[in-house]
Each structure stands twice: as C-alpha cells, then as structure tokens.
Ligand binder design. Structure first.
Ligand code: F0G
Length: 458
C-alpha cells in the first residue's frame, strides 16, 4: 500500500546501549587517533556508519542456527546446509567457504592472476584492488562515464563500460587478462547497481574471448532488488530468480557474507571449473582451514546459510533499499550534494561539492568525515584520495576520481529516528561548510594506507 510508511519488517528482541561522548571527549579521541576514524574506539561513536560489513543484526533464526552448529573438523552438517543454500542461490557447483571476502579474493587471485596481468572490474573495492596488485597485476576500473559523475542520473551507474572493456581486451591481449570481474553493487562507485543487460554483455564478450567472468557478489541481493525496480521485464521476477539469473551468467564469484549474508563474519568462493576449485582448496588448507569449514566455525556456516535465505525476502529488501533512500532524501532536501541516486547500502556524500574550497591534495572527504564525528559522534568513511589516490615515487599524488564520504547503513541495526539524527548532523555540518579546513598526512603505510594513516589539520 503506497501511502503507508515502509516499516522495519522486524521488531527488536535485544538491545545494545549507545551514547554520545562529550564534545571535549570527541576532540580528544580524534587527537589520539590522528584524525583517522578507524582509530576511534567504537564506544566513542554513537551512530556507526563506518561500514555495513559484519555490523548487521542477526535474526532469532540465525542465533538459533548457531546453537545447532556442528563443529566437526571434516564433513560438518553445518557445512552441508551452507553448501545446499549457496548452491541453491548461485547454481555454482564448487563452493569454498572462507573467513571473509578478501580471503576468497586472495585465494582466487593467487591461483588465476600472475605478474603483468590486467584485471578489469567496474570498480575494484580496496581489498580487491590490493589483492590484484599484490600479485603484481594491474587492477583496471572500467565503470561507465556516468558512474564517475556523482550528479549524473542513470538507473545502473555501476555498469561496466562495454566498449572500454573490449578496447582493453584488444590492447592488453587475452593472454594477459586472466579474468574479468563485476562488483554488484558497485561499492566504491556509490553502491550503484549493475543491470542484467550489462552483465549479459560482459558475459558475451568474455565468452567470445574465452575469458572467465567472476562476480564480486557481496551485495547481490541488493543488486537483484534494483533490477526488479528499474530494469524493464523484471518487475514480476522474485529477487531469488533475479539473483539466479545473475549468477547463471558468471563462471564464479567471490563473496563476503558480512554484507548480504547477513552474518557478522564469513564468505565464500564459488565457481564452475573443478580444476580451479581444486587449486583454490589446496591454498585454502594452507591458510584458512579444511574445505568444509574454511576458517569458520560450524555455527558461522549456519548463520550464513540462514542469512542468505532471509536476505532475498522481498519485505526485507523493500525496507532495506527504502531506508537508504530515506537518508538520501533527507540530506538532499537540505541541499547537501550526494551521489545520485542513493546506493543500496549507503549514502555517499560528495565532498568535492560539499567543500569546494578544499583541494584534493588536502583530502576534502577526510575533512568531512572528521567533521561529522566532531559534530554528532557519527562515523562514516572516506572513499576518496586517501583510499584511492595514487602515491608516486617522488611523493606526489594523483587524486581519486571522486571525493566521497560513505555513510554505510548496517543491516537491521538502526531505526528511522537514528537515521533522522544522522540527517540532522549532516545538515548542521553543511551549514558551516566554509569554515572547515583540509588535512595533510603525517604517517602512512605502503598499501591500504587509509586504515592506519595519521593526519593533521593544514
Ligand atoms: N568486495 C567488496 C565490494 C566489498 O565491499 C568488500 C568489503 C570486500 C570485497 C571484502 O570483503 O571485508 O569480507 O574481506 N567491504 C567492506 C566495506 C569492508 O566497508 O565496504 P571482506
């Protein structure tokens, strides 16, 4: 019924207290953390929108599943339940559990990618990029032009630029492209979906050249919902049918169950090719564990299996995507620039538009993220030049394409009034935008620097 509020399709069964530290304590915490929000204690944050990964609330059925987890080292019943569910959703035969998404990435790339290769993706997430680069290969982002422009309107801004992919294959040569990946939804590009038509075009191109095609499937259910809402011909399909069609186009996938697995930990690697799977399992045993647990407890496998069933529920997805859009509408109405339309799991504030007086070299998105914490104890994450800037040998930097602050919404965790509060904080920071200054980095690691870098105000 369209005139009714779309409500959270659950009631709260157990709670955790949150509170707002004083302004003085927030300033102290920032000083201690070197203005890096990853350095805060979670207890110093009132609404934590750092990530939607592993931060969701599990259902009573998931907790109940944990109580019947089978902790057998080999052949656990919980593994077979997990296997059934994952095969049922993806249609992929070879399923390898891992402790989280990046473990699946590391194993897959260790097997498939070698130095000098190029891996195209719509947009690599930070760990995906780092794991490709760790093999000595190049991670190349080929999202459509609209996907790089926060204000451009397009229903599927996560789509791969098919012409650019074709050009890349011709220029680089098939032998140096071990696989093509597409990230659904496109996290680093604003949580934007990829259309079925686009996935089909990637599939066709890969088939033509004999290149394997893998999905980074972390948010496959949210992507399925966007296809149902926005792609002609899918209105009457269930999210499960849409997901099945997406996976049917791929040769495999990496998955972080901390997102659309609705679990606090876990992931998997899935594929069609039994030979690739055998090599992956050998590596899995080396660092993750035996192939029927892959670094997870039996109870984790139960929680993931149940979560994967729940995440495809239409009421859940309707609420999920609407609640993100709700925050986007709130801040947009106050004139705050965001990546449009709202992403599935997050609202991305456009720091270039928000703080036009701060040059990319002074990390405007970092400045904005710090300010949201100072103002209201809200923690978001910088997705801009701190995360994706290129540092050259002489110390100069090429900035990232976009300077964004991601406000990621944990699944089933915060209510509408929490989100109203976040909206108020964003708007109050926007009202004094001109008074906000930039930052410089005073300490950084050689890769994934955003996790540990220390900053000072310019
Ligand atoms: N791929 C994508 C698209 C992701 O968003 C993430 C994680 C990963 C891979 C890696 O999975 O964390 O289980 O190892 N994204 C989180 C985030 C961390 O905050 O967006 P992981």
């Amino acid at each position: 019924m369209p005139y009714r509020t779309i409500i959270e399709p659950f009631r709260i069964h157990s709670t955790q207290a949150i509170n707002l530290p004083t302004r003085e304590d927030r300033d102290k915490a920032l000083g201690r953390a070197g203005f890096n929000l990853f350095g805060l204690h979670a207890d110093e944050v009132i609404i934590d929108l750092l990530t939607d990964s592993g931060t969701g609330a599990m259902s009573a059925k998931q907790w109940a599943g944990m109580m019947v987890g089978d902790e057998s080292y080999a052949g656990s019943r919980s593994f077979y339940r997990f296997l059934d569910v994952v095969q049922g959703i993806t249609g992929l035969p070879e399923i390898i559990p891992t402790h989280q998404g990046r473990a699946a990435e590391r194993i897959l790339f260790s097997v498939m990618v070698k130095a000098g290769d190029v891996v195209p993706n719509n947009t690599h997430f930070d760990t995906t990029r780092a794991n490709v680069e760790y093999q000595g290969a190049e991670a190349r982002d080929l999202v459509i032009t609209e996907g790089k422009d926060p204000s451009a309107d397009h229903p599927f801004k996560g789509n791969m630029d098919i012409e650019a992919l074709e050009r890349t294959i011709t220029e680089v040569g098939v032998e140096r492209i071990p696989l093509v990946m597409v990230t659904v939804t496109n996290n680093s590009g604003g949580g934007q979906p990829v259309s079925m038509e686009n996935l089909r075009a990637v599939r066709d191109l890969c088939s033509h050249h004999g290149i394997p095609f893998y999905l980074d499937a972390c948010r496959f259910a949210e992507n399925s919902w966007f296809i149902k809402l926005r792609e002609p011909g899918y209105e009457d399909h269930t999210p499960r049918e849409i997901a099945a069609e997406m996976f049917s186009l791929a040769d495999g996938c990496t998955m972080s169950a901390k997102k659309d697995g609705l679990a606090n930990i876990g992931g998997f690697l899935a594929m069609r090719d039994p030979l690739v799977a055998a090599s992956c399992r050998n590596l899995l045993i080396l660092t993750e564990g035996f192939p029927t647990y892959g670094g997870l407890a039996g109870y984790d496998l139960e929680a993931i299996a149940q979560g994967l069933e729940e995440v495809l529920d239409e009421e859940y997805l309707r609420y999920r995507i609407r609640s993100t859009e709700y925050l986007a509408e709130k801040v947009s109405a106050a004139g705050v620039p965001i990546v449009r339309p709202a992403g599935g799991h997050a609202v991305y504030l456009d720091a270039k538009g928000f703080l036009p007086h701060i040059p990319a070299s002074q990390y405007p998105a970092q400045a904005l993220a710090v300010e949201l914490y100072k103002d209201g104890g809200v923690r978001g994450v910088e997705i801009g030049s701190v995360m994706f800037g290129t540092v050259h040998a002489d110390g100069t930097e090429t900035p990232a394409a976009m300077e964004l602050v991601r406000l990621a919404i944990p699944r089933r965790t915060y209510t509408q009034s929490h989100i109203d509060y976040v909206g108020e904080v964003v708007v109050s920071v926007a009202e004094r935008a001109e008074s906000i200054g930039g930052y410089r980095i005073i300490e950084q690691a050689p890769w994934l620097r955003h996790f540990t870098a220390r900053f000072e105000p310019v």
